[in-house]
Design a protein around this ligand. Structure first.
Ligand code: DGN
Length: 265
């Protein structure tokens, strides 16, 4: 049985890439809801509803575990899906928070994400619940997702937008910055350049695969992995052309996504 991954778009592939690297024997099913992207500006109730629909799509494919490879959807729907689904459900916020706490030395942590994630205060809550002596500075970066989805994440426009947006951190003296949106690792070289080499960037999606791996062992459900990458499947709710282009670039092999309409399920 496969592990299901879901996101609003191509961002979740940053989590999938890590899964392919760390868990090469597992089968991966991924769905990106590009037809309804971006999730960031939507209400939490709406994101929760869309998340339930994506989860239902993957459940029909008999997945053994669900990874919400989207911070916005994790903030809006993790508790709900955990309660409703009979399989383990993992979000990206808790692993990202834990990793940031492990890395910070000066106890000043920055978090960047969508408006939805930042408004939910999910990162502050997760970080402060573990250590309330830490200072957290959160910033919504509403322009970043479209830079990635439009395949402009290496462009000079991207450099300008990232530099302008992250000016907020100039006087915050953070030593750690959480990439609290699964789209942002594609902008990582630019973000690192703007923040400076001394700031440690946390890829919450990549951290999540460590948790997935531990849970597979705990529930003893790693043993049905078959190691056949041919059975991996990628779905998008929009036209696959742009998805395939970005996915193939990012995953470094030819991705052929299938178009699906999850709304009708
Ligand atoms: N990739 C999603 C996240 O991690 O929050 C959000 C992308 C979006 O739809 N704005």
């Amino acid at each position: 049985r496969a592990i299901g991954f879901m996101d609003s778009g191509v961002g979740g592939l940053t989590v999938v890439r890590e899964a392919l690297r760390q868990l090469p024997l597992e089968t991966v099913y991924f769905i990106g809801d590009q037809a309804r992207l971006p999730y960031g500006p939507r209400s939490s109730a709406e994101v929760q509803q869309f998340s339930e629909q994506m989860a239902a799509f993957l459940m029909k494919k008999n997945i053994k575990m669900l990874v919400i490879a989207c911070n916005t959807a994790t903030a809006a729907a993790l508790d709900d899906l955990k309660e409703k689904l009979p399989i383990p459900v993992i979000g990206v916020i808790s692993p990202g928070s834990r990793a940031a706490l492990k890395v910070t030395k000066n106890r000043r942590i920055g978090v960047i994400g969508t408006e939805g994630t930042v408004k939910s205060h999910a990162y502050e809550q997760a970080i402060l619940a573990k250590d309330n002596s830490v200072k957290v500075f959160s910033l919504a970066c509403p322009k970043f997702v479209s830079l990635v989805e439009s395949n402009a994440y290496k462009s000079s426009v991207a450099k300008k937008v990232v530099a302008e947006t992250l000016q907020y951190f100039e006087n915050k003296n953070v030593d750690t910055l959480v990439l609290g949106c699964t789209h942002y690792p594609l902008l990582r070289p630019i973000i690192q350049d703007v923040m400076g080499d001394e700031v440690r960037l946390i890829d919450s999606g990549a951290e999540t695969i460590g948790t997935v791996s531990a849970l597979l062992d705990y529930f003893d459900i790693a043993k049905d992995a078959n190691g056949d990458q041919q059975t991996n499947a990628y779905y998008t709710t929009a036209s696959p052309a742009s998805f395939n282009q970005i996915a193939s670039q990012w995953l470094k092999f030819e991705v052929q996504a299938q178009k699906t309409q999850i709304k009708q399920l």
